[in-house]
Design a protein around this ligand. Sequence first.
Ligand code: NDP
Length: 444
Amino acid sequence: MSYAYEVLQQVIARNPGEPEYHQAVKEVLESLEPLLNVRRDYQKAGILERIVEPERQIIFRVPWVDDQGRVQVNRGFRVEFNSAIGPYKGGLRFHPSVYLGIIKFLGFEQIFKNSLTGTPIGGGKGGSDFDPKGRSDGEVMRFCQSFMTELYRHIGPNTDVPAGDIGVGAREIGYMFGQYKRIKNVFEGVLTGKGLTYGGSLVRKEATGYGLVYLVNEMLTDNNRSLEGSTVVISGSGNVAIYAAEKAVQLGAKVVTMSDSNGYIYDADGINLDTVKLIKEVNRGRISEYINSHPKAEYFPGCNGIWSIPCDIALPCATQNELDSEGARLLIKNGCMAVGEGANMPTTSEAIEILKTGNVLFAPAKAANAGGVATSALEMSQNSIRLSWSFEEVDMKLKEIMVSIYKNISDTAKEYGCDGDLIAGANIAGFIKVADAMLAQGIV
Ligand code: NDP
């Protein structure tokens, strides 16, 4: 039995009822085999046993009062996974599906993603089973204030710096920042994704989506293909999806779909992003409303059908395990040449195998959506030096980071005998830096 396999079995036994966490660990550990065969010192130092166990897991009660005066109670989480290379860093997710297993899968992935950015940040993740959808601004504010009233004691600019994720955008970050400042009486960069008037960075809003397209573009160019003139299917219509679509269009592609948890729209003429931004960012509405102003477009209820739309490139940007084996088969049948993961773990393990067999180029989330956290690290730098960089400056740094991540993971895949397997390249490259830092710091 290999070292990686043994540790995976321990993880499954020790963390029952957390399938997403098992899936994330399995994907990483399996692809580390070629590295572990040559780096026996990792086993001696128990690196795998330590890296799969979060340094700290915080679970707390979040009581708040709704607009009807009823007391509501949600559950809050922060998993501080690994601080070997810097303060814990990773988003907060507010979604009814959140439980410890989701936060652990996201926190575990975050360790390697953050390492790949080349910036000094460790891995963490948090959130709550609170659903902001349909809640008034007042309810969201009271929830965020209650959430931060517990979280503040665990975080800090040199300890743990949360950001946004599903259900947590500029509004929620603003309310949480206000409460942190009120309790601690310190104005400091404790959260990223802040508004531009109080320490936020230009390009942070666009960063994950733009970064995804920069990396996919590198992958295509490296394989003598091009984004220009291609047809792109994007799922989701949140922060990542909207800005992935914007950059894809800027680089000459046509985006024909977007979705939310109720269904998807298909516009053969190319999605009008101004309309999507108005519906989702301004009115907090549903994607189905798109057809009201674009009658030639079609709306389909349900999410899975989106992968049946013929495309050259698919960018899943909504949520975990949204692209399954049936979706992967449909993409291949319709001639799709590349998949880039904007969401975290959006492709099931079976679908990844099918895409590999079909020779579809595949950019894994750890690398492909790292632009968001990389730009959060740039926000931390700007907060530290009390300066703001221009849009062009931050965008240029983001692009450089994505190009260098692509080179790093592609070179690493070659070095370990799995040329073209960017999943292995990303996992190995991200892991080595963290594992070597852990070795240097002793058994902690
Ligand atoms: P948003 O909340 O802005 O948007 C999420 C989108 O996905 C919405 O359209 C939402 O639809 C849809 N969605 C969420 N859950 C489901 C579900 N269970 N089934 C179908 N659709 C769903 O989140 P983000 O755009 O920020 O995040 C999207 C993904 O990208 C997540 O996996 C996140 O972890 C990842 N990511 C985000 C980063 C960031 O900087 N924001 C950075 C790196 C990764 P609805 O409105 O109906 O809920």
